[in-house]
Design a protein around this ligand. Sequence first.
Ligand code: HEC
Ligand code: HEC
Ligand code: HEC
Ligand code: HEC
Ligand code: HEC
Ligand code: HEC
Ligand code: HEC
Length: 629
Amino acid sequence: MPHTSRIQRLLGLLSVVAVVALAGGGMYLWRKPTRHPDVPASPHFDPPPLSTSPFENTAPAATYVGISACAECHKDEYRTYLKTAHSLALADVKESAEPADGTFIHGPSGRTYTVHREGGQLRHREAARDDEGHEYVYADLPVRYLVGSGRHTRSYLVAVDGFLSESPLTWYASRRAWGMSPGYDRPNHKGFERAADGTCLFCHVGQVAEPQREYQRLTFPEQPIGCERCHGPGSLHVAAERDARDRPRPGGAARRHTIVYPARLARPLAEALCAQCHLSSDGMVTVRGRSLTDFRPGLPLSDFCVSYRLDEPDSRMKVVGHVDQMRQSRCYQASEKLTCTTCHDPHTAAGPAKKHQHYLKACQTCHANQGCRLDRKERLRRNPANDCLACHMPQVDTEIPHVAFTHHRIGFHSPATPAAPLAPPARLPELVPCDEVSRFSATDRDRNLGLAYFGLAQRQADPDAADAYRERAWRLLGAVHKAGLPDGEVAAALARLCRDNDADAALRLAQEALADDQLPPKSRVNCLFLVGDVGLQTNRVEVARPALEQLVALRRLSEDWLLLAECRRRGGDLDGTLKALGQAAAIAPFRPDIHGALAQVHEWRGHADEARRERSIAERLAAQSRPTR
Ligand code: HEC
Ligand code: HEC
Ligand code: HEC
Ligand code: HEC
Ligand code: HEC
Ligand code: HEC
Ligand code: HEC
């Protein structure tokens, strides 16, 4: 058989693989032809200015010292803080403290999931069973971290060769049962291939090391959310207070503002401490040249990121986050004081036993005289405990993380009438900023809005809406790019937007984005993938291959290895091809196409036994991969 025809056969195999995988991604659905923007000139653009603060530790000179340094002098706060959900938001898995072993079959994917213990480790296993009940194990991984303090759900991370991924298994406290993690209950879920990156862990971990350089191989200099996430870096304060302890200050000397004291912050700045993790909006964009990890308590959040919400009818009913709901309350709007810490003390876990009194006291700080308008007799008839929360901050039935369980719009709620089905909106809702953005230049405002539309389009289920939002993103970002704004994020988004219409422009834009040192890791991996994928499609192996070699060092995804295998094969490196296919199969052992490709390449190399073995695995997998429901 001539060599070229073999190549074509494998090429056919791999490109089918790639097309199927890409179609599932949703981001390649854009069909409309568009012009790519012109190559930029380079005028001068100042990045938006940082705000100033009387607190000295908002300046870059202050550094983080870790929670144990604070414990030295603030023993009480430290002791009670260790019991809060914050300090438990990500923990090492202790096998003895985890729910019991269990097993179930997931209908849509046809796979069997098992939680079991071995050698003092909790493990999550993914497998398939054939008709005779024989089990074929796809993955059996020790669980590394527990995410979430476990009040409603326990989710987990696994680490393979240092790559952190989410586990498809979650424990649901209300059902007392194992189930698929949120977002995984479908036939072609991502198994163990969903990366736990810095964006995911920003809110659950104290400090992440090098989030700008690493993508999926993160380490944590401080694992629990520490004091400094709310008080800012402590180096100046610790040095000043140690100094003052050793050499007492002369009477009357003014104390320095060496650490953020939140009670002295204006309300928006105090709220920003909580909002960095508790704000959930319809779009969040990082300010040019900065990252969310640069945020310093005491500064406005909008120095670092800008949030957007969809301006749609009845949006009040759709708001799911604590911060946004609270801001819609009359209590908030008609008072200057109400904020998160009116009701929550961040240093102590409010025990459920004292819950009622604790919150009643909070309401009474403002409603002592002007209390409930509902007649007292009627109120006690409806709620004998006179629990203000039951009527004014009701709890909703949800087990989805990141959706408020307790409604934070303090006000009137009528649970009896189920919401009428909403008529489809007459026009497509638009994004409006939640923050004050007038201090940004017009170019930066367009850049932020364009990136917010781009993000929104990526998450849209409705293809028409996604198209419309992509158009908006393209228009705004194209103009900004043409004006010469130096920004990898903009180039990265434009590359994705035009990849299906103009491969040359997409490659050029992605390379431009990759040349920006400050490109966020998520955009970096997206651009590397684009260069690998589009480079291969347009037969530029010399461009695709180095990008893919970099990519596989950053994340653990079978798709990346498949593309790299194809690059190596086209370069005539069959042993390298086998290695790359082997990696892909180790990551996604249930994919018959990968084993089919392995069989093919083994055959070319003259490895008859291996070829036969891989072929039979591929056939078995093809027969098994049917859903059971
Ligand atoms: C060497 C002892 C020492 C260490 C270490 C220390 N503090 Fe303090 N801290 C103090 C003293 C003393 C005060 C002043 C208390 C007062 O005036 O009531 C203080 C006050 C504070 C305040 C209130 C600020 C203000 O202006 O009144 C905060 C917040 C605070 N510390 C947080 C921290 C954090 C966070 C850490 C760890 C990064 C830390 N401290 C480490 C001794 C220390
Ligand atoms: C670094 C991110 C971060 C910051 C900053 C932060 N939170 Fe949280 N918060 C979390 C996470 C993550 C959880 C969920 C913990 C869990 O259940 O695993 C949480 C949980 C909570 C809970 C529920 C606690 C419970 O016992 O169930 C409250 C209340 C809360 N936060 C209030 C606040 C307030 C008020 C602030 C600001 C003063 C704040 N948070 C700042 C990340 C953060
Ligand atoms: C923007 C901040 C943020 C990000 C990013 C984030 N979380 Fe959370 N997460 C929270 C907060 C705050 C809570 C607790 C309150 C809530 O549910 O809103 C929480 C709660 C949870 C819980 C429920 C814990 C419980 O006690 O029931 C799980 C599980 C969880 N997160 C997993 C994840 C995973 C996995 C990722 C990454 C893919 C992630 N979160 C990303 C902020 C965040
Ligand atoms: C989730 C955010 C958050 C975390 C984490 C946090 N604090 Fe605070 N801290 C606050 C807020 C908010 C206040 C102001 C409370 C108020 O308004 O009265 C405060 C106040 C303080 C004060 C001033 C004295 C007081 O009680 O008013 C000290 C001291 C302090 N914190 C120390 C610590 C130490 C030590 C840690 C870590 C063990 C820590 N904090 C962790 C948010 C936090
Ligand atoms: C008027 C009082 C009040 C204010 C203000 C308030 N909360 Fe709460 N919050 C509650 C109550 C009550 C609960 C339910 C506590 C429970 O069930 O133990 C709660 C629960 C929570 C939880 C746990 C998850 C849930 O939905 O039950 C989080 C997280 C939280 N609040 C965050 C915040 C943040 C962030 C802010 C500021 C934006 C805030 N809260 C402001 C009263 C308040
Ligand atoms: C910081 C002060 C403050 C706190 C704390 C506070 N409120 Fe209010 N609340 C107000 C103000 C001010 C209004 C508006 C009164 C008016 O319109 O005249 C209000 C209005 C209300 C209303 C009417 C809502 C509407 O949509 O018209 C309800 C119900 C209410 N509060 C319940 C509560 C409950 C329950 C708590 C405790 C969980 C609470 N409030 C805590 C200040 C507060
Ligand atoms: C059984 C449910 C229920 C309970 C419990 C309850 N409320 Fe109300 N509350 C209502 C209703 C319904 C109204 C509106 C009455 C009306 O408009 O005639 C209301 C009105 C209010 C208002 C608005 C007053 C105004 O003048 O606009 C406030 C403030 C309020 N409640 C506070 C509280 C506080 C504080 C508690 C706890 C001590 C509480 N409520 C307990 C149902 C309740």
